[in-house]
Design a protein around this ligand. Structure first.
Ligand code: ATR
Length: 473
């Protein structure tokens, strides 16, 4: 057993866990205990990084003994059964007041369940979303911890020491109790799906509309990255489009199979939104677009279905590219507005006190959706913390007002040319749906009352009404 005392421990030393442990060890004042189910990973990490001064442990007892109280351990193992097994093992050796952090990608209802179970023992359980992949874990992720206020007292300074820094502020905040952190991380991923799909649609529209090469389109994205769209995703899109395949010399994007994978966080975001009754249509379309791409047999079956009978040429390429840029920005505003709406609704449903402005700030660094744009969101919530709809805040309303004509032209072009732009068009339909003075929901209510006597409310009187339809028998 080691005679050194660590202030923080990491359990699970695959890539994410090892990088997080190295990040922790590199910060002044931290001594890091490390434990892995099989000892090989522990030995490899300790021997490859002598500078880190890790305190290796080979059993949970040894791990607990090497930690100063309150003991604080971050679990970085596979989500699901492995996480439950690790929590159970830590609960056996930890004491009341100690802190167990799950830094994996847990589904937030699991985190709520685990928090409740662990709390019974007097031990604190914190579900923390950690974004930024391997690179972020090593150099500074965006961290979204939930859990109790008590645990935040100990955990806050440690997490602040390893988080990314954006404009002088660490990208971590105590999101809210129990599952709040993993909930917010889930929605972050949903927004990421939408952001990526919108960029992909913009690329496709420009490529098919103008015939520009991927390398030429890379220059357009690089240019966009100097304006209001500036973000990590736009930056890497330019890099991806610039890349040629080493084997064939072709643009790499043309060699990559066009079937998008997913690990399920987008689907969770949409499933949760459906049960909360929050219309995250842009995120849903982005998630479905990945599913659609991954059905080659259906795509093959659909190949001969007719498309538009006439060509839709782009007359002015420069104007078209600018329209696409504006449509992208407008749709992006909608995607974020929908994501924040889901967080607002989740907070109301689960009793979390979530500061939406603080969330936008901790996404400015370390994570995949980091962007200048998030400052505008923070400003909107600073001005009006109870903002009912992000896209209606003055800055965004103004941007949508400036971009909406271009957005419509792009969606019309996509429709006429037979180019799928599900995220662009559903975002526009959401925008028009919310701003409509009257919606055909009135007709839907009439239909519901007709066939099921579900009743309706009236515009001119309070109460519930049922009509004796002539079809009634
Ligand atoms: P990555 O995708 O980076 O490889 P992962 O699959 O999310 O990481 O997690 C792998 C980690 O979970 C490993 O540390 C693994 O331990 P081993 O190195 O012994 O395989 C750990 N892990 C998986 N199942 C586990 C379990 N039931 N109990 C404890 N740790 C487990």
């Amino acid at each position: 057993m080691s005679d050194r005392t660590a202030n923080i421990g990491v359990v699970g030393l695959a890539v994410m866990g090892a990088n997080l442990a190295r990040n922790l060890a590199s910060r002044e004042g931290n001594t890091v205990a490390v434990l892995n189910r099989s000892r090989g990973r522990t030995d490899a990490l300790v021997s490859e990084h002598p500078e880190a001064g890790f305190v290796p442990a080979y059993s949970y007892e040894e791990f607990a003994a090497s930690l100063a109280k309150p003991r604080t351990a971050i679990i970085m193992v596979q989500a699901g059964a492995a996480t439950d097994a690790t929590i159970d093992a830590l609960v056996e050796v930890f004491e009341p007041g100690d802190i167990i952090v799950d830094g994996g990608n847990a589904y937030f209802p699991d985190t709520i369940r685990r928090e409740r179970a662990v709390r019974e023992t007097g031990i604190n359980f914190v579900g923390a979303g950690i974004s930024g992949g391997e690179e972020g874990a090593l150099n500074g992720p965006s961290i979204m911890p939930g859990g109790s206020d008590e645990s935040w007292v100990t955990l806050g300074p440690i997490l602040k020491s390893i988080a990314a820094v954006a404009e002088g502020e660490p990208c971590v905040t105590h999101v809210g109790h129990d599952g709040a952190g993993h909930f917010v991380k889930m929605v972050h991923n949903g927004i990421e799906y939408a952001d990526m799909q919108l960029i992909a649609e913009a690329y496709d529209l420009i490529r098919r509309g103008t015939g520009k090469s991927p390398a030429e389109i890379a220059e357009i994205f690089a240019e966009w990255n100097r304006g209001e769209l500036e973000s990590y995703l736009i930056e890497i899109t330019a890099e991806v489009l610039r890349q040629n395949d080493a084997a064939t010399g072709e643009p790499l994007v043309d060699v990559i199979l066009d079937q998008a994978g997913a690990k399920g966080t987008g689907a969770w975001t949409v499933q949760t939104a459906l049960s909360l009754g929050v219309p995250v249509s842009g995120i849903a379309e982005a998630t479905f677009a990945r599913s659609l791409s991954s059905h080659p047999e259906q795509r093959e079956a659909a190949r001969d279905l007719p498309g538009p009978s006439t060509a839709t040429p782009v007359d002015d390429e420069i104007a078209f590219v600018e329209d696409v840029r504006q449509a992208l920005y407008a749709s992006k505003i909608v995607a974020y507005s929908q994501g924040f709406d889901e967080i607002r609704a989740g907070a109301a449903e689960y009793g979390w006190n979530i500061d939406l402005g603080a969330i936008s700030k901790i996404w400015r660094g370390g994570c995949i959706i980091r962007a200048q744009f998030l400052n505008r969101i923070a400003e909107a919530y600073a001005e009006q913390p109870e903002l009912p709809l992000l896209m209606a805040a003055p800055y965004f309303a103004d941007a949508l007002g400036r971009g909406q004509e271009a957005w419509r032209r792009v969606v019309v072009h996509a429709t006429n040319a037979g180019i799928p732009a599900p995220a662009f068009s559903s975002s526009l339909a959401y925008y028009d749906g919310l701003r409509a003075e009257r919606l055909p929901a009135a007709l839907v209510q009439g239909q519901r009352d007709f066939f099921g006597a579900h009743t309706y409310r009236r515009v001119d009187r309070a109460g519930s009404f049922h009509t004796l339809w002539s079809g009634d028998r």
